[in-house]
Ligand binder design. Structure first.
Ligand code: AMP
Ligand code: MG
Length: 348
């Protein structure tokens, strides 16, 4: 479809630039400073970033993604010093912030703190909090350093669709809507950051993600974990209520595995998303045939499974399927992030 990310709504030419070349970083940083959104790699997923202090640049990110304005963006910063510039003193001085930053930044942890006025309301969807993260990817860090501004960036996909973990995924969804896509290879973590609210003394898990909540609790003690569809979670973290990560074909989590949902009708094009080799064998023993099969981690390594999840969904998406059947993983540690994404992909 024709793009609408160019200034004035005109389509732009989308170019993939090698992220490891200084000239690409310089060009992308100049684009950010000029108010043009840029797609860039992080260790979690690819982001579509704009100068977080420029409301018009941020508006173009919402427009390119067709993201509803009630869904706030994460602000990416170069180092933990930035917390004091964008969060109120009381939250920035919370010793838990320093402890978590020292342990997990750069990394897949986003901290939601009460914001200072300098952060425009469009970034936070009007909330009085701001989400901050230092990403652990050399290309992202080089871009942040060269741009010299905080970069507000949601995942670089159309709203509600599968998040991108490769530059090619970004082009599939945002061609004509973004000028520069920095290529940093496949994302190492592969699912979005863990989002943690630390305000007014509370600690609330708003989104399970690339850093297991168990690791956070080891550092700062118990974290409130609202049930994945609790009203408290939805009001504290807008955008979490919607269907998300959805491939074109309906996805169904088959619990328990293997189950009757794996039986296919004659002529039906069904894709299999197995967590491991044993899960695949079990599914093929009771169901199928499957016209496309993805095994997230043959040996059942949950980190590998997370890293490959969105890539597998993109491939299944391209296979022209009637439906996808997905195997659950244990809902703990990194598996919590995988199950969260699968449940949301199944909701439509
Ligand atoms: P994305 O960048 O697409 O991974 O989405 C960012 C998500 O972070 C949002 O959908 C919210 O769930 C969460 N988030 C960002 N900013 C805030 C905030 N100020 N308060 C609560 N949640 C936030
Ligand atoms: Mg997203």
């Amino acid at each position: 479809m024709a793009g609408r990310s160019g200034a004035g709504g005109k389509p732009v030419e989308t170019r993939i630039l090698p992220g490891d070349e200084p000239a690409s970083i310089a060009e992308a940083a100049a684009a950010i400073r000029a108010g043009d959104p840029v797609a860039f790699p992080t260790e979690t997923v690819y982001g579509l970033g704009a100068d977080a202090l420029d409301p018009r640049a941020v508006a173009r990110v919402f427009e390119a993604k067709e993201r509803p304005r009630f869904d706030p963006l994460i602000v990416h910063v170069a180092d933990a010093d930035a917390v004091g510039r964008y969060a109120i003193h009381e939250d920035a001085a919370d010793p838990r912030v320093a402890a978590l930053a020292a342990l997990f930044w750069p990394g897949p942890l986003t901290l939601v703190l009460r914001r200072r006025e300098v952060i425009p309301g469009i970034v936070t969807a009007g909330l009085d909090t701001v989400a901050l993260r230092v990403p652990a990817h050399p290309v992202a860090l080089a871009l942040l350093a060269a741009a010299g501004v905080p970069v507000a960036a949601p995942s670089a996909n159309r709203f509600g669709r599968v998040s991108p973990t490769r530059a090619a995924h970004v082009v599939c969804q945002l061609d004509g809507r973004v000028g520069i896509v920095l290529d940093g290879g496949p994302c190492r973590v592969g699912v979005e950051s863990t989002v943690l609210l630390l305000a007014g003394g509370r600690a609330v898990l708003l989104r399970p993600g690339g850093l297991p909540v168990e690791a956070i609790e080891e550092a700062i003690g118990p974290v409130e974990r609202p049930a994945h569809d609790a009203p408290d979670a939805a009001s504290l973290s807008p955008g979490r209520g919607a269907s998300h990560y959805a491939p074109g074909a309906a996805l169904r989590l088959v619990e328990p595995w293997p189950g009757p949902g794996l039986v296919t009708a004659a002529g039906e094009r069904v894709g299999l998303l197995a967590a491991d080799a044993a899960g695949r064998a079990a599914a093929e023993a009771v169901g199928g045939p499957f016209v496309a099969t993805e095994v997230l981690s043959p040996g059942g390594d949950v980190m590998e499974a997370a890293a490959r999840l969105f890539d597998a969904l993109h491939r299944l998406d391209a296979a022209g399927l009637d439906r996808i059947v997905a195997q659950p993983v244990p809902d703990e540690g990194m598996g919590r992030a995988i199950m969260d994404r699968l449940r949301r992909a199944a909701r439509r």
